[in-house]
Structures are given as C-alpha cells and as structure tokens.
Design a protein around this ligand. Structure first.
Ligand code: SF4
Length: 465
C-alpha cells in the first residue's frame, strides 16, 4: 500500500480553501509545512515525535518501547511511519474493537489508533488538559499529527501553551481558522458578544464547527480528549473508539470517520496525575481555577467542588444539560425512538431497594406538608431522558449512602400524565429535577445545580439538614 500523504495534503488544502482569505499569515507554504516534511526517504508527516532513545522503556501490547523524554526530538525514518489506513473502516469492526480496548490504557489505545490509521489520523488539541493526548502519542514513539481550532477568541495563555507544546515536541500544530466572511457577517450584524444574548451555537458554528468539519474532511480518523466524567449527561457514554456519529471524513458520507477517545475511562484526577508525573507543559489558566478551557468570553474559573462544565457557557443555565418537557406521552408509558424512528419501550430508572417510588397521591401529601416526619430527597424524571438516565447510578449510590438515615430517597415519574401537575406544583421545568422536602415543613427546595454526582447531591442534602 502506498502512503497517501499527497492526497491527504490535497484534501486538506481543498478543505482549507474557503479559509485562505481569512488569515494573511496562513500561507500555503505554512499549511504544507504544517502537514509534511520531505526527507531523504520521501514524505514524513508533521507532528513527529522522537524515535526511541533508551533512557526509559515500557511494555506496550507485548512490545518493548524505548523512550527518551529528555532528549531533543527527532524525526522517525520513513520506514517507521505507520501503516496506511486505507479501508481500515471496512476491515475493522469498530464496536468490537471498542469493546476489546475498553479496559486498555490510554497509551495502548493511542498506539492502536496511530498504528491503524498512520498519517490519516490527527489529534484535536484544545489547549487544555488534553495535552495529555500529545504526550501519550509521543510516548508511543510513532509519528503523529495535531490540529487546533484557532477561533480568534482564545486566551493568551492558551496560545502560549500551543507555542510551548510545539517547542517541546518539535511539532507544528495545524491551526484551523474560521472563515473571515462568516465572522464578519456575524459580528457586523450581531456584535462581538451575541452569544450572551442568543446562545453560543451560532458563534461556535462559525468559529469552531465549520473549521473542525474542514479539518476532518482531510482525515479518516481523529483523536479527542473526551472523558466520561466531563459532563455526566452528555458524555456518559463515550466509547474509546467509535464510528463518528456527527462528522464525515476524507472518503465522505456517514461512517467515513472514526473517532478515538483514549481518555474516555480516565478521570480528570488521573489525567492531572499523569501530566504532573511526565512534567508536561500545561495551560497557565489551570493555576487560576480554570478546569475546562475554551474561548475567553465563554470560559470562567470554577470553585472547588463545582463541576468543570459549569465553567463553560454558564449563562445558558442548565438548559443544554437537561431534557426539555416536550417529549413523552400522555399515558405515562415510557417510550423512545430507535435509529429507524420506531417507538421502543424504555426501562424505568432508579430501581433500587433504597429508592422509594412516589405516586401522585404521595407527592400531593408531601406538598401539603403531610407525611413529613422525615425529610425527603425526590428526583422528578422521565425514563426516556438521557440526563435522567445518566444520573441513575449516582442517585442509587446516594440512596444507598442515605439508607437508614432520617432522609427518605424517592423518585417520581413526572412524565406523561403527571407532567402538568409537576410543572404546576413541583417546580418542574426540565428533567431531571431534584427536590429536597425538609421534615415538619411544607417547603420544597429545588437542587440548583446540574452537577448530579454523588458528592454534590450528598452535599446538597447535608447543607439542608
Ligand atoms: S466558545 Fe464562545 S467565543 Fe468561542 S466559538 Fe463558541 S460562542 Fe464563540
């Protein structure tokens, strides 16, 4: 199989064409040099890491890899570059591979990704703790590529990190810029901060999504820093590798792109422990209380104990992190749709001996202040709601921890026929809603956060006891 660098380069150049006028500093030469270096043996991709020099070694999938963290990086001989990825998607069963790699380390997953896709894969680097991906790629000893979305609204600290990373790993990051005409249209008609008024989607589409789409159109696979613990609702089911459900790759059409998430099963704490151990350069904003880092106007520091996603687009409240009330049916039988649009039944949630099922009459009594010899924690949910589903485990854990205490942990299916009642009497605006009903009182206190992890929910209960 022949290396497909030329076609990759052509594809990325083609995909960048609309952006060519957006940045005078982004010349064709700089784009090309960001993609490939021509060595004695032919093309060598940019973003190369060191070949093995033996100050450290590790075993990886039965193979011993020699590492040198301290030595200057040098390019691999072209013979060491990775296998061409042509038809990987058609020959590899991705769901099966995801299952197989689910318990693998990020290093093993990264090694597999780079070995399978070679020069047709790139790391998407946001300038935050996903710098761990670059370190893992470097540790594999394989060549790798990195791209970043330079939205025009990043913090100076993030740009500094890009520079630090380029120097440390001896790579050129492939920066993707938004289309100048689109940015002009947006800012001239709506101003520089329209996202505070009508949501971040439009600005993100112009500055992030479209440039990302262009970058991915030149690839067959990409590597992200997504982790399950980043957003309990939206990222709870992030497999280590998947057929990308949203974007298209080089070959075009659904299923033409594979997405790798080597950090999927790793906690934020473990990522930080890795970064510290390996002495990796990090974004200076992390030292100012920032955890999840995006564009400057849309990112803020979080307090200890706050969930990292609460530092992003905070003004949009919890709307994007909860289910609206539009779905569901009238008779209360939980239904959803499969990928073919067919109605399917959905299993009930919070099935635990420690969780009491409240019916309408129970709730009416509690609202009146009756049966309040103990306090109650109640979740109002809809079984089809992915955010309700995402808190199933944590809520059951909370119930287990509070078992035998003076707090009753309950659930109320507020979908279907109960929806109107719950909206009117139980402050239901979206699913899931968590309420605390103190003993000997008729008060109802709504949990104000979308952080539904065990510690946060227990903290809420303890604060009101
Ligand atoms: S994060 Fe904010 S500034 Fe950045 S693209 Fe999205 S809305 Fe625009």
């Amino acid at each position: 199989m022949a290396l497909k660098v030329a076609s990759l380069e052509a594809a990325v150049m083609a995909s960048l064409a609309p952006a060519a006028s957006t940045s005078a500093s982004l010349s064709r030469q700089s784009i090309v040099s960001g993609l490939a270096f021509r060595g004695q043996n032919g093309f060598q991709l940019g973003g190369l890491s060191s070949a093995g020099v033996s100050s450290r070694s590790l075993a990886l999938g039965g193979k011993k890899i020699e590492l040198d963290i301290a030595q200057p990086r040098r390019m691999l001989p072209v013979s060491a570059t990775a296998v061409v990825s042509e038809s990987v998607q058609s020959t590899v069963d991705i769901p099966k591979l995801a299952e197989k790699l689910d318990s693998a380390s990020p290093l093993e997953i990264m090694d597999k990704a780079l070995s399978l896709f070679g020069d047709d894969i790139a790391i998407a680097f946001s300038g935050a703790e996903d710098v761990a991906l670059i370190e893992y790629a470097h540790l594999t000893g394989r060549p790798f590529r990195v791209f970043s979305l330079e939205t025009g609204r990043l913090n100076p600290e993030t740009l500094k990190l890009f520079d630090d990373v380029e120097k440390r790993y001896n790579i050129r990051i492939q920066y993707m810029y938004p289309d100048a005409a689109e940015v002009e249209e947006l800012t001239r008609t709506k101003g520089l901060f329209s996202f505070y008024e009508d949501g971040h989607q439009e600005c993100c589409r112009v500055r992030k999504v479209r440039p990302l789409r262009r970058a991915l159109k030149g690839l067959k696979a990409w590597i992200t820093g997504q982790r399950k613990d980043q957003s309990p609702g939206t990222r709870a089911n992030v497999p280590v590798v998947q057929v990308d459900p949203a974007f298209e790759g080089l070959d075009g059409g659904p299923g033409s792109l594979v997405k790798w998430n080597p950090l999927s099963n790793v906690s934020g704490t473990a990522v930080w422990s890795f970064l510290r151990t390996m002495d990796v350069p990090v974004n200076a904003l992390h030292f100012k209380g920032y955890v999840s880092i995006g564009c400057e106007p849309c990112t803020r520091a979080v307090l200890p104990g706050q969930h990292e996603r609460e530092g992003r687009w905070w003004w949009e409240d919890a709307k994007a992190k909860e289910c609206g009330l539009h779905k569901g049916n009238l008779d209360g039988v939980a239904e959803s749709s499969n990928s073919l649009g067919e109605k399917t039944e959905v299993a009930d949630l919070f099935i635990s001996e420690n969780v009491v099922t409240f019916g309408r009459e129970d709730m009416e009594a509690l609202v009146k202040g009756e049966n309040r010899d103990k306090s109650s924690l109640v979740v109002l949910y809809a079984p089809w709601c992915s955010f309700s589903q995402a808190m199933d485990e944590s809520y059951n854990d909370v119930a287990e921890k509070l078992a035998g205490s003076n707090v009753v942990v309950g659930k109320f299916n507020a979908d279907g026929a109960q929806k109107a009642y719950a909206k009117e009497n139980l402050q239901l605006q979206s699913y899931p809603t968590v309420l605390f009903l103190p003993k000997n009182s008729s008060q109802i206190i709504k949990y104000p956060s979308e952080n539904r992890e065990v510690d946060a929910l227990l903290g809420f209960v303890q604060a009101l006891q």
